[in-house]
Design a protein around this ligand. Structure first.
Ligand code: NAG
Ligand code: NAG
Ligand code: NAG
Length: 438
C-alpha cells in the first residue's frame, strides 16, 4: 500500500535536525531491511545541508550572503552591524522558504517618546504588522516619576525589568489595590480598569518595565488619561460632578501629563481605607519568587490564570536556556506568542504551513512574534545564558510538543511518514522535554 510522505513532516524533520541532541540519535536511514510497511517515497529526502548560523553578532568578519554554493558577495553598500546581528536573514538556512512576514522588531528601532522623568517606546502592528494579537511598550520612569492615572480598552500585562514600580487600581465595584512590584515580577490590569504606575526609590535610578497588551493595534499614545479627560470637560460640569466650587479645580492641567516627575511614594504606602474592601485577588504576581522547573539545559516558570487569577488574557513562560540548549519544537494551538529577549542570543524558525518557513535571530531588547499554531523552536545560539519571555494571549498556557506527539502516536504511523527506525522512535519522549540540552 503506497503511503505518500507528507511534505509538512519532511519540513519538521529538517527542524529536528537543528537540535544537536536529537541529531545525535541515529535518525532513520532508508529502512530497506524493513519487511513491513516500508514507505514508498514520492518525494526526495530532506536535505542534510549544514544550516547553522554562519556567524554571530560578535564575529569579526565581513558577512556575505553566501551559503555553500549558493549566493554571492555584496557589491553595493553594507550595514555590517545589522548583517552580523541577522545571519539567518543574510545567509538563511536552505530549509527557509516562501513569504513568512517579518517576525522581529528590535525596540531600539522604535520611536522613543521622551518626557520629563522618563520615556516610552512601543511595538505594535504599525512597526510589526504580523503582531495582530498583541503589542508591547518598554517604559522607563525615574525614581518618583509617574505614568499617570489612565485606562484603555486592552488588558495590560507587565514584567518589571529593573527597579520596582508601585501600582494602584480601583475596580468597577469600588475595591482598591496598591502594591510595589519588584524586578522580575508581574502585574495585570483588565480592560478599562483605571490604574497608575510610579517608580519607587528602591533603586535610585527608578524603574523600567515591559508592558504587553492583548491587541496588536494598541498604542500607548491613545490611552484614556485622567488629566486629558479633565481638560476636555467643561469646568462647570467638573464642579457639579464633585459638588464643589469651581475654584477647587483652578490648578488642574490644561493638557495631558502622561509621564511626569514626582516625589517617590513612601515605602510603607497603603491603599486608602475602602468601605468596599480591598480586591479579593492581587493584581501583581511575585514571579521572581516562584521556583522554576529545572531541565537539562535550562529552566521554565509558567504563570497564567490558574496561578495568577486576574490574568485572564495573557500568560507567560519565563525561560532560561544555557548555551546550545533549545526550547523544543512546539506550537501553541490557538494562542499568539509575543517574545521578549531579556538577555542572550536566540534563533527561531517560524513554520507557517504550505512549505513556508523563515528563520530569525534575536538579542536582548528584541521582540519576536509567532502566530497561533506556527511550529517553532527557540535555540540559544550565544555563549551566555539566554533569558526570554514567551508571552501568550490566553488564560491558560498550552503547547503541543512535537516530541511528545510522535512518541504517543502509533509507531507504524510515524514510521510510514518519516521512515525512521524503531530505535529512533524509542528515543522520542512521552513527556514534554520543554527544553533540550545541547
Ligand atoms: C483591537 O482594537 C481595535 C481598535 O480598538 C478593535 O477594532 C479590535 O476589535 C480589537 N481586537 C480585538 C481582538 O479585541
Ligand atoms: C522553592 O524551593 C525551595 C528550595 O528547594 C524550597 O525550600 C521552597 O519551599 C520552594 N518554594 C515553593 C513556593 O515551592
Ligand atoms: C561565541 O564564542 C565564539 C568563539 O569565541 C565567537 O566566535 C562568537 O562570536 C561568540 N558568540 C557570541 C554570540 O558572542
Amino acid at each position: 500500500m503506497p503511503i505518500s510522505l507528507n511534505r509538512i513532516f519532511v519540513t519538521t524533520a529538517c527542524l529536528l535536525a537543528l537540535s544537536s541532541s536529537v541529531a545525535s540519535v541515529p535518525l532513520g536511514s532508508p529502512s530497506s531491511t524493513s519487511s513491513t510497511a516500508s514507505p514508498s517515497p514520492t518525494v526526495p529526502y530532506a536535505s542534510d545541508d549544514p544550516n547553522t548560523e554562519l556567524w554571530s553578532p560578535n564575529s569579526n568578519i565581513d558577512p556575505q550572503p553566501i551559503r555553500g554554493s549558493l549566493g554571492s558577495t555584496i557589491l553595493g553598500p553594507q550595514n555590517i552591524p545589522l548583517q552580523l546581528q541577522n545571519p539567518s536573514l543574510l545567509a538563511p538556512p536552505t530549509t527557509d522558504h516562501g513569504d513568512v512576514p517579518n517576525a522581529k522588531w528590535p525596540l531600539d528601532l522604535s520611536h522613543t517618546r521622551l518626557q520629563t522623568g522618563g520615556w516610552a517606546r512601543q511595538q505594535n502592528v504599525n512597526n510589526l504588522p504580523i503582531s495582530t494579537e498583541m503589542a508591547g511598550v518598554d517604559m522607563r520612569l525615574e525614581a518618583g516619576a509617574i505614568r499617570e492615572l489612565h485606562w484603555h480598552t486592552s488588558a495590560e500585562w507587565a514584567y518589571v525589568l529593573k527597579g520596582s514600580t508601585q501600582i494602584s487600581t480601583v475596580t468597577s465595584d469600588g475595591q482598591n489595590y496598591l502594591a510595589t512590584v519588584n524586578q522580575g515580577d508581574l502585574w495585570y490590569f483588565p480592560p478599562g480598569q483605571p490604574h497608575s504606575l510610579q517608580a519607587t526609590a528602591d533603586d535610585p535610578a527608578g524603574t523600567e518595565f515591559l508592558l504587553v497588551f492583548d491587541n496588536g493595534t494598541f498604542s500607548d499614545d491613545s490611552t484614556f488619561l485622567l488629566t486629558d479627560m479633565m481638560a476636555h470637560i467643561p469646568k462647570e460640569v467638573i464642579a457639579k460632578n464633585f459638588q464643589l466650587p469651581q475654584s477647587a479645580f483652578d490648578h488642574i492641567p490644561g493638557q495631558e501629563l502622561y509621564i511626569f516627575p514626582s516625589d517617590p511614594p513612601a515605602s510603607n504606602a497603603q491603599a486608602p481605607t475602602d468601605p468596599q474592601g480591598q480586591t479579593t485577588e492581587p493584581y501583581s504576581f511575585p514571579l521572581s519568587q516562584m521556583n522554576a522547573t529545572q531541565r537539562p539545559g535550562g529552566t521554565v516558570k509558567i504563570v497564567d490564570s490558574t496561578n495568577f487569577k486576574v490574568a485572564k488574557t495573557i500568560a507567560v513562560a519565563e525561560v532560561t536556556l544555557e548555551p546550545g540548549a533549545m526550547r523544543e519544537i512546539h506550537w501553541h494551538p490557538t494562542q499568539a506568542e509575543w517574545d521578549y529577549i531579556i538577555e542572550g542570543y536566540a534563533r527561531i524558525t517560524l513554520f507557517a504551513a504550505n512549505s513556508n518557513a523563515r528563520t530569525f535571530d534575536y538579542q536582548g531588547g528584541d521582540v519576536g512574534y509567532i502566530p497561533p499554531s506556527y511550529g517553532h523552536y527557540v535555540e540559544n545560539t550565544g555563549n551566555t545564558t539566554l533569558h526570554y519571555l514567551e508571552i501568550l494571549k490566553t488564560d491558560k498556557f498550552q503547547d503541543v510538543s512535537l516530541n511528545q506527539w510522535l512518541a504517543l502516536t502509533p509507531p507504524a504511523l510515524v514510521q510510514a511518514h518519516l521512515d525512521v527506525s524503531d530505535e529512533t522512535i524509542s528515543h522520542f519522549s512521552k513527556t514534554k522535554p520543554i527544553i533540550v540540552g545541547q
